[in-house]
Design a protein around this ligand. Structure first.
Ligand SMILES: C[S@@+](CC[C@H](N)C(=O)[O-])C[C@H]1O[C@@H](n2cnc3c(N)ncnc32)[C@H](O)[C@@H]1O
Length: 290
């Protein structure tokens, strides 16, 4: 190997490190969500010193230096800002950046469940099995998706049925996304709802999308149709803020009757297979918005 090639390789090496360690950002974000760091700093009401943050998070003094590293990473990722400290210059001060709004528990559009869901072993494992999937030789009875391959042949929703906690997490994971998406949809696509008197949101999860539609179009009766355990939790949570034109029906869309309606909404359901607004006619392709 000549000297130029050696230098080129040396310069390329950090990229391999970068690619191989890129999971650190995901894990750092998950840690911030689990520890509710954004909530703690926001409720402090002003920039918080590292020692105060450590105390509020009940982190021991011995581990506080590691909290400093975590916070610097989160600053680098854009969730927090580091503020100049005048009084005790050596003390680090942190404040929330706009991006951290997406981590706050009291924001209806937060992405907390999404972060936890996307880092869940059930979701990460298929990626770890990708080469084994490519190399597997059962082409006669090919298991098309790597998810099923990594889960003993079970598809996503079969895993959800077997693991109710994960099913609930998946159902909730789109909540913030749906909240923002639905508001944009009802504001920009009013014509898609004209003439409808009923709509079923199939796989409607906690009802975020249906709620937005029901509020925007009181003349449309909206039904959230999802697996019974998901619907039970969603309906219980919704009872306090119930809308007269919104209800919940539990069932399995593969085996149970979907309630009849003028329009069926399939949003982020069964991979890309059903990413459409369906009625007797196709009203809108949801993927246009996502
Ligand atoms: C990725 S989430 C999408 C939720 C919602 N449509 C949205 O866009 O926010 C998929 C939803 O489909 C539901 N689901 C999965 N299998 C189902 C089935 N067989 N019948 C009805 N709903 C199902 C899940 O419980 C989950 O709430």
């Amino acid at each position: 190997m000549d000297a130029t090639s050696a230098v080129e390789l040396l310069e390329a090496q950090p990229r391999v490190w970068d690619h191989s360690l890129s999971y650190i950002k995901a894990m750092t974000l998950q840690c911030a969500v689990e520890m509710e760091i954004a909530d703690v700093i926001q409720s402090h009401g002003e920039p918080i010193a590292l020692s105060e943050l450590a105390a509020a998070l009940e982190i021991s003094a011995a581990k506080a230096p590691f909290l400093s590293r975590l916070m610097r990473m989160l600053v680098h990722m854009g969730y927090f800002t580091q503020v100049e400290q005048q009084i005790v210059p050596e003390e680090e001060l942190y404040w929330v950046a706009p991006l951290s709004q997406l981590l706050l528990k009291n924001n209806p559009f937060n992405a907390r469940s999404l972060v936890i869901c996307l880092n869940h072993p059930n979701v990460v494992d298929p990626w770890r099995h990708m080469s084994a999937w490519f190399r597997s030789s059962n082409d006669d009875n090919i298991i098309h998706d790597t998810f099923a391959f990594a889960h003993g042949g079970k598809k996503l929703y079969e895993v959800c049925s077997a693991d109710a906690g994960f099913g609930q997490l998946l159902a909730e994971s789109m909540g913030g996304d749906s909240w923002m998406f639905s508001r944009a949809m009802v504001a920009n696509c009013k014509e898609a709802f004209e003439g409808l008197s009923s709509l079923v949101d199939v796989g409607g999860s906690t009802g975020t999308t249906a709620k937005v539609i029901a509020e925007a179009f009181p003349s449309i009766h909206c039904t959230v149709f999802d697996l019974p355990n998901v619907v039970a939790a969603a309906a219980a949570a919704a009872s306090a803020e119930s809308l007269p034109n919104l209800d919940y029906v539990g069932g399995d869309m593969f085996t149970d009757d979907i309630p009849p309606a003028d329009a069926l909404l399939f949003k982020v359901l069964i991979n890309n297979l059903c990413c459409h607004f369906l009625t007797e006619r196709v009203v809108y392709n949801v993927s246009l918005f996502s």
